[in-house]
Ligand binder design. Structure first.
Ligand code: FAD
Ligand code: NAI
Length: 475
């Protein structure tokens, strides 16, 4: 087996494994090192996203949504379900199978693209512009060399001081995806993306969910109108979101956790929960990399410091994904991975940070790209807005899911699309049209004049674009 590589990628999450595949496609002798282990101790590439993030959470979101539909969604369609039961073990087993399919898929892709895979932890030994020595420790024990190194070591859940994760009662995303019995009372600290997604899963399966959020506003980064609508819809479903709370002492007992907190009015409460999920953000992971040993610079928040092209302070060392600045999203990590491999090959890798979509996979889904209305106001940009409710969309009525709306924000003078915000059915798919349009710097009028299939949810996108010019046809 070769020990001298053109490109070595440390970390096999979406940033790392995609960078390795692209580097191999470009003709580089490439290796990828990843330390994630499956339950048998074998390799499980795919990182947080595949093992304890995007993929398992979406598997459980789908299963729990089916369960909720069968519990009380089918009735309006005239479908009567009797003797409905929940086999949680099977549901979790299916989620694990989906994860394994993705792990195996990545190992297959490595083989297909001739990427050498090392299962273990990679750390810098020494190096300079001529190359780096990297030690692999784990199932594979090697010292390998690389002309270029791409660091893609991802992130870890942030713990609350005094309430370390035990994954039995106090859960990070890892434990939140593997609760073996539906808790009667589930506490969630942090009403961010994980809090809302995992809170939705367990509420649908029968838990009474209380979400405790420090900020006084719900989803502060989301367009205000969309966030308000989402809050209304999620609250109606029974997700109790408490804003402006201050968390005090958290005590884990034998079978339950108590959380002392004050609410927005300053009143003191103690919540007793069977399980507590803490989802208050993630921190960059550089554990065991020996960054300091080779002088790899981190910023003040612990991220690997990079420039706009993902170059670090060390020659020929690059870093991508959650371990560097920018949104912690799998598709952002992938785009950076591809761009870096192409830059190593002397090409012009491209990542447009203005058109990275966000999706929160609640029901209804929340998706957006570009600027929010409050951002445009703060920046003093003159804009026009157009909204269209799913209530007026024929396909949404046929689906029986008419919640939410599509909202367009366009430049007042040029009509260029500045942001698109959706809360509603299949928002995760609908947002792609807006991303493409913004990438090509389209105007709202461009979307308004494009023929959209009828009946489809995407007609709501066209109508919202028409509404920018006050000429929606169906509302
Ligand atoms: P990671 O996926 O964290 O991968 C890093 C890999 O490097 C890991 O396998 C780690 O074991 C390995 N590693 C670390 N150090 C070393 C070392 N020294 N040697 C060898 N290997 C090492 N994003 C979305 O876009 N959509 C979603 O729906 C979504 N859902 C999410 C749900 C949850 C519950 C969570 C927690 C996250 C979710 N994310 C989602 C975020 C997404 O998972 C991350 O943005 C993404 O995984 C980042 O990719 P990465 O390659 O930078 O890092
Ligand atoms: P987050 O940043 O989305 O939300 C954290 C929330 O916790 C914020 O609302 C914050 O105000 C709150 N908070 C922070 N400290 C607190 C405290 N002491 N008490 C109460 N509330 C507090 O982080 P989250 O949900 O942990 O997810 C991490 C990241 O993972 C996301 O930002 C996102 O990048 C990624 N992710 C993406 C998903 C997607 O794309 N669908 C799904 C899940 C995660």
């Amino acid at each position: 087996m070769s020990k001298n590589f053109d490109v070595v990628v440390i970390g096999g999450g979406p940033g790392g494994y995609i960078a390795a595949i692209r580097a191999a496609q470009l003709g580089f002798n490439t290796a990828c090192i990843d330390e994630w282990k499956n339950e048998k101790g074998g390799p499980a590439p795919g990182g947080t996203c595949t093992n304890v993030g995007c993929i398992p959470s979406k598997a459980l979101l789908q299963s729990s949504e089916h369960y909720e539909h069968a519990s009380h969604g089918f009735a309006e369609h005239g479908i009567e379900v009797k003797g409905l039961g929940l086999n949680l073990e099977k549901m979790l087993g299916r989620k694990n199978t989906v994860v394994k399919q993705n792990n195996d898929g990545i190992l297959y892709l490595f083989k297909k693209n001739k990427v050498t895979f090392f299962h273990g932890r990679g750390s810098f030994v020494k190096g300079d512009a001529n190359g780096y020595e990297i030690k692999v420790a784990g199932a594979a024990e090697e010292t390998i060399t690389a002309k270029h190194v791409i660091v893609a070591t991802g992130s870890n859940a942030r713990a609350l001081p005094g309430a370390e994760f035990d994954e039995k009662l106090i859960l990070s995303n890892t434990g939140a995806l593997a609760i073996s019995e539906v808790p009667k009372k589930l506490g969630v600290i942090g009403a961010g993306v994980i809090g809302l997604e995992m809170g939705s899963v367990w509420r649908r399966l029968g838990a009474e969910v209380t979400v405790l959020e420090a900020l006084p506003t719900f989803l502060g980064a989301v367009d205000e109108q969309i966030a308000k609508e989402a809050q209304k819809l999620l609250t109606k479903q029974g997700l109790a979101v408490n804003l402006g709370v201050k968390i005090g002492t958290i005590k884990a007992g034998k079978n339950s956790v108590s959380v002392e907190y004050t609410d927005a009015k300053g009143e003191a409460h103690t919540g007793e929960f069977d399980k507590l999920i803490i989802s208050i953000g993630r921190t960059p992971n550089t554990i065991g990399l020996n960054a300091e040993g080779v002088g790899l610079k981190l910023d003040e928040r612990g991220f690997i410091a990079v420039d706009g092209d993902c170059k670090t302070n060390l020659p020929n060392v690059w870093a991508v994904g959650d371990v560097v600045r920018g949104p912690m999203l799998a598709h952002k990590a992938e785009e950076e991975g591809v761009a870096v491999a192409e830059r190593i090959a002397g090409q012009h890798g491209h990542v447009n940070f203005n058109t990275i979509p966000w999706v929160i996979y609640t029901s209804p889904e929340i998706a957006w790209v570009g600027k929010t209305e409050q951002q445009l106001k703060a920046e003093g940009v003159q804009y026009k807005a157009g909204t269209f409710p799913f209530l007026a969309n024929g396909r949404a009525r046929a689906l029986g899911d008419t919640s939410g709306m599509v909202k367009f924000l366009a430049d007042a003078k040029t009509d260029e699309i500045l942001g698109v915000h959706i809360v509603g059915p299949m928002a995760s798919e609908l947002i792609s049209e807006a991303v493409v349009a913004m990438e090509f710097r389209a105007s709202a009028e461009d979307i308004a004049r494009i023929c959209h299939a009828h009946p489809s949810l995407s007609e709501a996108t066209k109508e919202a674009a028409l509404a920018v010019d006050k000429r929606a046809l169906n509302f």
